[in-house]
Write a protein that binds this ligand. Structure first.
Ligand code: DTR
Ligand code: ZN
Ligand code: ZN
Length: 333
């Protein structure tokens, strides 16, 4: 299903704006439509309603994203040290996210499933409005491994998706496409929650999905900037955004099939996403372009108890949160 795309090419300034090059210079303005031809009678008709330029995504305050991470850390500390599937820390994490979304006006629902002898939960949040036949989704797995709080993996993706959803509500954004956000359970058991969601989605609802954007580990302490290369048009949105920042990106090669976009891709839905790296080692060439430490893992605390709020690179989290919002706005307007 071709992902309906915003016509970024008709708004070159907006592309630069999205890249931050013109942020200080441009303010979104109403762009008047072509004036209608005057009727033969000479009586003037009312001027056509001004066509307002598509909105640009707002900045996502990284402090807000980090506040969600602090909540996830506290939840883990209060629940046996983790937020893993089947443990109280997972459901407490879900209840926190749901509470924020309910207060912001989202329509939320919890999808329950069984896995590994425990009960799992997905959280689905719909932003009212938009074309029900063109649904753009953004998601992240909310569960951690049992060895720790799972702040980079995947509190970062969960918090950035949450804060982007809250930014949609704050701005009152009403895109042409319908927006749906999701937090998956039991990803660490084998992508269980997202697979359960896709396999139980009625065919018509699956066909309505214009795309799925996945965010799993987007704040690694020794970060790389990796873009999924599954759908070329989604990939271009992310790559153009980073090009506008002057930040080089690489194609994500570690994760084909290793995160929650896999089920959507298998169902024929265009997918994309961002990743800052896990246990693979950053090369000297990568350190030269991205900074950080060559010869060291992108995330030395991957699946370890040290994956805490101290295990996050704020610059990477900030950039990826803004790139997430940019993609949601761009692909749904
Ligand atoms: N499966 C993820 C970690 C992971 C490993 N490679 C990739 C590539 C893209 C996204 C995620 C990942 C996890 O452990 O949750
Ligand atoms: Zn993991
Ligand atoms: Zn993960």
């Amino acid at each position: 299903m071709p992902l309906r795309r915003a016509r970024l090419r008709s708004r070159p300034a907006a592309a630069l704006l999205a890249g931050g090059l013109l942020t200080a210079l441009l303010v979104p303005v109403a762009v008047a439509a072509e004036p209608a031809a005057q009727p033969a009678s000479g009586s003037a008709t009312a001027a056509p309603a001004a066509r307002v330029a598509p909105e640009q995504a707002p900045d996502i305050p990284v402090a807000n994203v980090k506040a969600h991470l602090s909540q996830f850390q506290s939840i883990a500390a209060a629940n046996g040290g983790n937020r893993a599937h089947g443990r109280p820390g997972y459901r407490a994490s879900l209840d926190y996210v749901k509470g924020k979304l309910d207060a912001a006006g989202f329509t939320t629902r919890i999808q329950q499933f069984s896995a590994g002898g425990g009960t799992g939960y997905n959280l689905i949040a719909d932003w009212p409005g938009g074309d029900a036949n063109q649904v753009l989704m953004a998601g992240a797995h909310l569960d951690s491994v049992s060895s720790g709080a799972g702040i980079n993996d995947n509190g970062t993706g969960s918090a950035a998706v949450l804060e982007t959803a809250l930014a949609v509500a704050r701005s009152g954004y009403q895109p042409r496409e319908h927006l749906r956000f999701a937090w998956w359970g039991a990803e660490e058991l084998g992508l269980v929650g997202s697979r359960y969601y896709v396999s139980n989605l009625p065919a018509a609802d699956r066909a309505a999905l214009s795309g799925y954007l996945n965010f799993d580990m987007i704040g690694s302490p020794n970060p790389g900037y990796f873009v999924y290369d599954d759908d070329p048009q989604i990939e271009k949105v992310f790559k153009d955004y980073y090009a506008g920042l002057g930040v080089p990106t690489e194609i994500e090669t570690e994760g084909d099939g290793r995160s929650d976009h896999a089920a959507f891709k298998s169902a024929g839905v265009p997918v994309g996403g961002l990743f800052t790296g896990a246990s693979r080692t950053k090369s000297a060439a990568q350190a030269a372009k991205w900074g950080g430490t060559a010869g060291q893992a992108f995330d030395r605390c991957y699946h370890s108890s040290c994956d805490t709020t101290s295990n996050v690179n704020d610059t990477a989290l900030n950039r990826n949160s803004d790139a997430l919002a940019h993609a949601v706005w761009t692909l749904s307007e």
